[in-house]
Design a protein around this ligand. Structure first.
Ligand code: DC
Length: 228
């Protein structure tokens, strides 16, 4: 497998991967694809259809059964794209604290990961794509031409997420967000299958205390693109 025009961007929850990826995609006229939405969609469908999320085989069945689609944004309500499950718009439903709370458990299941990884590879083979996740550079596309791993401290990430949820009018405290981010970091990096970690050949960018513009310039330099 040799993917020429795929940029893999991995990193922990709320590190700014999607914002960076969107800007790079716009600049290069690439397609932006955030794989986290797929794990969130499976989690939402599992919450709706399975009484016990500890039941790995039932959750995996859900992952194999549902059809996840990503389409250009149909509304101007802050969304970057529409996320559909079996034709139903679930763009904002996958961002609730309940999904946040359960998504690391669901995404640790080997069968769920296999189903999602297969779909991501099929999508990525189109090329000209910035693909965002936790394991894109390590597992999904280890031959991606460019790999960036974006880091930031849990406190900085919680602050950013807090600003985001406030803008959407949701009431959740900074402390709860920080606790949830720490828990997800632990689960995402300690799972047996495709744990969160930088690929050996990834460029690591620490975004603490940097504006998104500074991070973008750093990324474009890594990608060897003109920075103006
Ligand atoms: O990036 P995010 O917060 O939307 O991701 C949601 C969850 O999905 C995250 O806790 C880990 C999981 N995930 C994953 O395991 N592998 C990916 N490629 C993308 C996301």
């Amino acid at each position: 497998m040799s993917i020429i025009n795929l940029i893999a961007i991995d990193g922990p929850a709320a590190s700014g991967k999607s914002t960076l990826a969107e800007l790079i995609a716009k600049k290069l006229n690439y397609f932006f694809f955030d794989t986290g939405v797929m794990y969130r969609a499976v989690t939402l469908a599992a919450l709706d259809n399975v009484t016990d999320l500890d039941n790995e085989s039932l959750v995996t069945e859900v992952a194999n059964r549902i059809q996840i689609d990503v389409q250009p944004a149909s509304k101007q309500d802050g969304r970057v794209m529409d996320i559909l499950v079996d034709g139903k718009d679930i763009t904002w439903q996958i961002r609730t604290p309940e999904v946040d709370h359960n998504v690391s458990k669901v995404s640790a299941y080997a069968g769920v990961r296999k189903a999602m990884t297969d779909q991501q590879r099929r999508i990525g083979e189109r090329g000209n794509m910035v693909m965002v996740g936790r394991d894109i550079g390590t597992v999904v596309f280890p031959d991606a031409k460019h790999k960036i791993y974006l880091e930031a401290s849990p406190e900085e990430r919680a602050r950013r997420r807090y600003v985001e949820v406030q803008k959407r009018g949701e009431s959740i405290s900074y402390e709860d967000i920080l606790t949830s981010i720490r828990k997800r970091d632990d689960l995402d990096s300690s799972r047996a299958v495709a744990p969160l970690k930088p690929a050996d050949d990834a460029y690591v960018i620490d975004s603490d205390g940097k504006t998104i513009d500074v991070v973008l310039q750093e990324a474009l330099q890594i990608l060897g693109k003109p920075v103006s």
